[in-house]
Design a protein around this ligand. Structure first.
Ligand SMILES: Nc1ncnc2c1ncn2[C@@H]1O[C@H](COP(=O)(O)OP(=O)(O)OP(=O)(O)O)[C@@H](O)[C@H]1O
Ligand SMILES: [Mg+2]
Length: 281
């Protein structure tokens, strides 16, 4: 498989803080790569070094086998974790302003269509809802027909419907053979969109594989969850490959089984197992 981006022993330190502490991975062309990790794990720092915005303290990023140069920015689309949009201008004016930066930008109609902006095209940027704002930011990212787009938490704060709509946009831009790199705190999103996932914590990669392989590697069986009971005992989670035996022993211990649930392990379970914290905390 052809590789579009290679990250080699990438590092970034701020004083004593090792925000990124030697990460390496390859991103195959036309794939969707997900960076997951709790707050402060180093995701934004990693992605911004890949975008050529932050200078690494060590290691390197190669784009199509070469160090990133000044032409790189014509080939990438970037959606920042937080971006100020110009105020007192409309969505359409914002797109026009942005299109003027590129010699051969995507036609306006196409951008409006892909990102479903028709309804809000004349609206002032200050009046956009969170989901509308994310759609506009993605629209700006795809203006240059990028070979690769970087999306830093594109769906944080969106309601479930807006998030699903955003996933459709990502699938749509992938049809154009665009490589996608995204960070997210939503496991469901990573599982659905990403071909491969890197789980980061404390500036390092803990695991990197396809969602299926990660789950197969770490879990055998099902997750049994017994919620905290009235007696004040804590929520208990067990992974078992012998459900029959587990249930028998829970009953023998006279555990209160009110609200018990059983599910197949998902990335959320894996995340908690690896980082000891819930993604959304
Ligand atoms: N400019 C900076 N100066 C000092 N420390 C920084 C700077 N930028 C990031 N850090 C630190 O580097 C670490 C990684 O931060 P980063 O923003 O990459 O995390 P993240 O994984 O994107 O987190 P989140 O999920 O909250 O967005 C944190 O400890 C952060 O405080
Ligand atoms: Mg971040």
């Amino acid at each position: 498989m052809e590789t579009i981006v290679q990250v080699r022993d990438l590092q970034k330190s701020y004083g004593h803080v090792r925000a990124v502490d030697g990460v390496s991975f390859d991103i195959p062309v036309e794939s969707c790569f997900g960076l997951l990790g709790p707050n402060g794990a180093g995701k934004t720092t990693t992605i911004e070094m890949m975008e050529g915005i932050l200078t690494p303290s060590g290691g390197q990023v190669l784009f199509r086998g070469k160090p990133i140069d000044r032409h790189f920015k014509e080939k990438v689309g970037i959606q920042f974790q937080s971006t100020a949009l110009p105020e007192f201008i409309t969505v359409k004016e914002t797109l026009e302003m942005f299109r003027a930066f590129y010699p051969d930008p995507r036609p306006m109609d196409e951008v409006i269509d892909i990102c479903s902006l028709a309804d809000i095209i004349s609206r002032d940027n200050r009046k956009l809802s969170g989901g509308q704002r994310q759609r506009l930011l993605l629209a700006l990212a795809i203006v240059p027909y990028p070979e690769i787009v970087f999306l830093d938490e594109p769906t944080t704060g969106l309601d479930p419907q807006a998030r699903r709509n955003f996933w459709k946009l990502i699938e749509r831009i992938r049809l154009e053979k665009t490589t996608v790199v995204l960070t997210t705190h939503y496991m469901e999103e990573a599982q659905l969109l990403c071909d491969r996932i890197a789980i980061m914590d404390h500036g390092r990669i803990l695991e990197l594989d396809t969602p299926e392989n990660l789950l197969a590697k770490h879990f055998e069986g099902v997750v049994v969850r017994v919620p905290a009971g009235a007696e004040g005992n804590e929520t208990m989670e067990l992974v078992t490959s012998n459900l029959d035996e587990t249930m028998k022993s829970l009953l023998a211990e006279q555990t209160n089984l009110d609200g018990l649930s059983i599910h197949k392990p998902n990335l959320e379970d894996l995340f908690i197992k690896l980082t000891g914290s819930s993604l959304r905390s």
